[in-house]
Ligand binder design. Sequence first.
Ligand SMILES: *[C@@H]1O[C@H](CO)[C@@H](O)[C@H](O)[C@H]1NC(C)=O
Ligand SMILES: *[C@@H]1O[C@H](CO)[C@@H](O)[C@H](O)[C@H]1NC(C)=O
Ligand SMILES: *[C@@H]1O[C@H](CO)[C@@H](O)[C@H](O)[C@H]1NC(C)=O
Length: 512
Amino acid sequence: MTRCYLPGRTKMRWLKAFILCLLALCVLLLLHHYKVLYHRLMVRELKASGNFKALRFLWTLPTGTHFLETGESHQDQVNMETDWGDQQPDEANGIPRTLPDPEGPSGELHKRSFRLGDDPTPYFVRTKSGASCFREGTKMDSPQLGDRGHEARMGGRKTLHAHQEETKGRSDLGKRPVQCVCRPGWHGPNCGIPTMVQHSNLPTKGRLVPRKVPRRVVNAININHEFDLLHARFHELADVVDLFLVCESNFTAYGGAKPLHFLHLLLNGTYNYVRHKLLYVFLDHFPQGGQQNGWIADDYLRTFLTQNGMSRVKGARPDDVFLIDDADEIPAREGVLFLKLYDGWTEPVSVHMRKSLYGFFWKQPGTLDILSACTVAMLFSVYKGDGISLRRREYYNMPGFRTYENRTGQMLLKWSIGSPVHYAGWHCSWCFRPDGIYYKLVSAQNGDFPRWGDYAEKRDLNYIKKLIQTGGWFDGTVGMYPSTDLKEPMFAPKYILKNFQRYKYLLQNPYF
Ligand SMILES: *[C@@H]1O[C@H](CO)[C@@H](O)[C@H](O)[C@H]1NC(C)=O
Ligand SMILES: *[C@@H]1O[C@H](CO)[C@@H](O)[C@H](O)[C@H]1NC(C)=O
Ligand SMILES: *[C@@H]1O[C@H](CO)[C@@H](O)[C@H](O)[C@H]1NC(C)=O
């Protein structure tokens, strides 16, 4: 009996499916005709909400534009081009060695505090049918939309119903129907998950939900003379990071005196485009034992940066993000933005960075995967407000960890943005011109042995040029690096690529 019964049911199903297909076809045709109408509606909707930026976004982005270009257009809002050339530390004159007059307009820069506000950027746009789509990751207008998008555009009840029927059983993305159509490089029901997270080892991908209010992101770095990479960082991240803590010391990592190059540039307007998001941290002493054991000095930089910096941040919330990098480690914007906009990821978080030497042209195998991000709650509950502990890998042994984990109510597992084949940032080692490398050699800490700065022949500029040319190292070995192509994805930060002439020395081997 059941055998006879089944084919009947199957026929019915086929019929249903056929009717559904016909319906879908009708809708498609209708949509084609109503495309113009839709545009008008959408524009009116956006106008009504006063969202003119979104309007510009809608009109200026051609269909199918690659997501990197969206990043660029975003950056333009922040990027007021400065004419800062290529600062050569040793040539600079009049660089301060101490802080400016405390009574003057720039006085007490190192004591000022910063109040974190909420980021008012409308990252998500609500469609007529109520879906919340990540603007940058969503195709707002596309002829090859699937039925999901059409439905979002029409907001028609019938279509919605048909769609729900269709996806029942095969979609477990939530009660709400899926309504955003993602641009290439973006994933998830709201199109806010970048590929570098989609292809990561995040164990909680199924639990990700967009936040109503973005987290605030604090990015802490120590700076010596990595000024070109600093521009690259600021342009990459300024629109998603709420505050940069930048720490400079008047001591080198070796313990010698050092002019305050960064302060000089900060005061002369070089970083005006990001100054409203910047807190200057000044390390005016050298840790005990730092001279004998360079690692003490090295670690202490991160400790001081975090403790002094965070003590001057007002209004931080437990779920805000703390991200600590070396100046030559630049996370890509998309990954940081994801941390900002989503709930449901675990911590601590590391970033797979593309590795290169002397520039982006000598690409090294593998990635540098550095633990560098966690919530403010974890920073203080587990790491005791010390950024160097975050960068070490033993969080699960830390005394506060189990209690903190218990409090969060979930298992906390370290995960990495990106993967060994999907870069989520750039680590550009020794990426300077020859004199910058010289400067790094002589100010290097005392502990990373052999200390090449101690050998006169290694400090020779012609020798350094030769290293850059061949991809060699101070120990005489030559890296067997693959040839690279400027066009490869994630070759270098967008700002560096965009300003090819100025940063050519980082993009193409200058001595080839
Ligand atoms: C760094 O600055 C502090 C405070 O102004 C000062 O006491 C110290 O001597 C300076 N160190 C060097 C090496 O100039
Ligand atoms: C700031 O100072 C640096 C180094 O002295 C110089 O190269 C640069 O042109 C100055 N920038 C501005 C905006 O004055
Ligand atoms: C976790 O929290 C629960 C309830 O708050 C408590 O009963 C339990 O002892 C805690 N466990 C640990 C390991 O702290």
